[in-house]
Design a protein around this ligand. Sequence first.
Ligand code: NAP
Length: 259
Amino acid sequence: MDLGLTGKKALICAASKGLGRACAVSLAKEGVDITIVARTPEPLEQTAEEIRKATGVKVNAVAADITTEVGRAQALAASGNLDILINNAGGPPPGDFRDWSRDDWIKALDANMLSAIFLIKETVDGMIERKFGRIVNITSGAVKAPIDILGLSNGARSGLTGFIAGISRKTVKNNVTINNLLPGPFDTDRLNATLQAASKASGKPFEEVRDLRMNSNPAGRFGKPEEFGDACAYLCSVQAGYITGQNLLLDGGAYPGTF
Ligand code: NAP
């Protein structure tokens, strides 16, 4: 299916690795010119070069922290008039809420709620004027089924989800949709870092912890980042103009509810 995106412009945040990178690759394959952002220059430039070579689209790489005002300004300056915005940032650390200070909460809110809201604020009116826009926020399966030790993530991402539910009905009339993608376990550096920590804490070998976790998923495996990227590209397609305010869970069936 041709997604109708050739020549469109996208900003993909937190995209040198993992799920952000996968979204960038899938959009670039559809002929979208992209700006990708991450803090560490080398892997970012390497990803940019790989995408240029594989797809031939224009790729801007902006080394910046998307959770800061300066970083967002740099990313937006490099992007031009945007058609597509993919919001993403690193996830907050696990822990016990009794140990978290106000500062810990502000960091989580900046990364997983406010960055997305401020980037939407800067870009949505231009999209409305041009009568095309697709905004996708990478949140987490933890919004639907909270994970106790990820309280910072549960809280901040649920705040973003509530905000999106309100505005996504206001923009769709002008062909601007806003949706959230909720990853379950996807095979990325972040997931493997979590499994390393679990292996260390339990004293069990990494492979054993990884296999156990995979086998506990109804699909018997982790998600592949490219599966996530292609779902993102579909939500950005011209065909998806009637889908807004939705929370699409990609978790291999791990969430046990009927809805
Ligand atoms: P990942 O493989 O660790 O990749 C994270 C990417 O984000 C890297 O490119 C990283 O580059 C960039 N990044 C992190 N913080 C940033 C910042 N402040 N500004 C700009 N770029 C930043 O992580 P992932 O698995 O793709 O996860 C992406 C998001 O999905 C996270 O919020 C994570 O919590 C959430 N999630 C993931 C899973 C999963 O199973 N993978 C499940 C649920 C939720 P630099 O470090 O160089 O900046």
